[in-house]
Design a protein around this ligand. Structure first.
Ligand SMILES: [Ca+2]
Ligand SMILES: [Ca+2]
Ligand SMILES: [Ca+2]
Ligand SMILES: [Ca+2]
Length: 475
């Protein structure tokens, strides 16, 4: 990782998992940055590429304010930079063509590229307009794939920098102590690298602005009191910055619309009653605005479709029964709409593919057994489809790479031991944290969130037959 200043990767050298956070990274002629992406974080960064051989690496988050300096591209009037299919950026200077591989998942349809003379004889490539890059859950190293966020029972957080299902390196963060719960991650400051939302048992929320495993900034938010629990992060108003979903022990939910680490607006939502647990935020109808998934203690789930702090649609989903737990929301089939990950108390996982509040597909996955806990829906291979992060009761983490409801790959990760808990979008059970921590979810009953558009009750989250049982998620 590289932040600010000036770094030289010399001929024959390599840089690994490169982050350019301001400053200049100089890739000298003949140097390579291995196969991992070269990622800009924030703005004000320059990737200087010497010589005429272009790196094959994917260049992520090339957005307005960042520069690619091609020192070996002799600037001349009439040069150009144009985007080719697959987001290959083609620069032509003095009759010579240079090709750079921009993030193929980024949307450059509202962007314009330009070339200009650099400080020497070379060519600066810049971009203006609107660039949309996909936000990937738990992506602390801005590589376009999920990393794993951990917290130990003693409070110590840690991040595993992942390349797909392979652990590149792990790093411990400063220990805030066991009264601080790591709640969720999201790119709060919209710089391309995930940040961490924490909450103290006294109610105090805090945000760590992260670049890789480095805490680049820290902010404490107003304390709503210990009866309010931060549930997660989601962009409810589609301004590109995640907002905070909270729930009171009374059942009332609230949204803090955030502008980075500042609360722009606080909105208290209708109170569905304390048997309804806010599970998480995800965009079920694909309008770019996060919606809220609820589950009642009797198993029934419901969705509130949101527009900022306004509920624009609500529906109760088919009742799977109280042995089914909504683990979290993620887009398993890559259609831009959040889906629901379930797990039964007997271990059986299931997925509901959603279109708004309609279930358009449902499948039960192989049962790894009740010792395996589904943790969340990160995208480890960066294909835009959620994968499943697991942890065994003995501590072993594992990943199922998913394509819709099909398991296309699986891998076990090193075992950090059972006191370490991965933090993804699943609710955090009280028995998973230190003795000072409180349950993230409230516990008493009232009325339902909304009975409008209620749909018929089913006996299980899937109408399909059970798949074969496997002994472990790596099976
Ligand atoms: Ca960030
Ligand atoms: Ca939505
Ligand atoms: Ca989906
Ligand atoms: Ca994936």
């Amino acid at each position: 990782m590289f932040t600010g200043g000036y770094e030289i990767v010399s001929s024959g050298g390599t840089a690994s998992g490169t982050i350019i956070d301001g400053g200049v990274m100089d890739l000298q002629s003949g140097a390579s940055a291995d196969a991992l992406p070269i990622s800009f974080v924030g703005t004000g960064g320059t990737l200087e590429i010497d010589g005429t051989a272009m790196p094959a690496n994917t260049i992520r988050r090339f957005v307005p304010g960042n520069t690619i300096d091609l020192t070996g591209a002799t600037f001349a009037a009439g040069g150009s930079a144009t985007l080719q299919p697959g987001n290959v950026l083609k620069a032509v200077e003095s009759g010579v063509t240079f090709q750079l591989h921009l993030d193929p998942r980024a949307d450059y349809s509202g962007a314009t590229f330009a070339v200009a003379k650099d400080s020497g004889t070379g060519t600066n490539v810049s971009v203006s307009g609107v660039v949309r890059t996909p936000e990937v859950r738990n992506d602390f190293y801005a590589g376009g794939t999920s990393d794993v966020l951990w917290q130990n029972a003693d409070g110590l957080p840690a991040i595993w920098n992942m390349n797909g299902t392979s652990l590149i390196e792990g790093a411990g963060l400063p220990n805030p102590g066991p009264s601080w719960q790591v709640v969720a991650s999201g790119d709060v400051n919209a710089d391309g690298a995930a940040d961490i939302l924490l909450q103290n048992t006294d109610g105090l929320p805090a945000i760590w602005e992260m670049v890789g495993s480095v805490i680049a900034g820290a902010a404490v938010l107003p304390n709503p009191g210990p009866s309010w629990h931060a549930i997660g992060l989601g962009d409810f108003n589609a301004d590109g910055k995640p907002d905070i979903l909270l729930q009171n022990t009374s059942g009332a939910a609230a949204i803090w619309e955030m502008n980075g680490t500042s609360i722009a607006t606080g909105i208290v939502l209708p109170n569905p009653g304390p048997t309804w647990h806010a599970i998480g935020a995800g965009d079920f109808n694909g309008d770019g605005k996060a919606d809220i998934l609820w589950q009642n203690t009797d198993g029934e789930a419901a969705i509130w479709e949101m527009n900022g702090g306004s509920i624009v649609g609500a529906a109760v989903l088919p009742k799977p029964g109280s042995s089914w737990h909504a683990i979290g929301v993620g887009d398993f089939n890559g259609d831009g709409k959040a889906d629901i990950l379930w797990q039964n108390t007997d271990g059986l996982p299931a997925i509901w593919e959603m279109n708004g509040t309609s279930i358009i597909g449902a499948a039960v996955l192989p049962n790894p057994g009740s010792n395996w806990h589904a943790i969340g829906t990160s995208d480890f291979n960066g294909d835009g489809k959620a994968d499943i992060l697991w942890q065994n009761a003995d501590g072993i983490p594992a990943i199922w790479e998913m394509n819709g409801t099909s398991i296309i790959g699986s891998a076990a990760l090193p075992n950090p031991g059972p006191t370490w808990h991965p933090k993804d979008d699943g609710p955090i059970p009280s028995d998973k944290m230190g003795s000072n921590a409180t349950a993230q979810q409230p516990a008493l009953y009232q009325s339902s969130p909304d009975t409008a558009n209620a749909v018929p009750t089913l006996s299980s989250p899937s109408s399909t037959s059970l798949a074969l049982h496997l002994s472990a998620p790596t099976g």
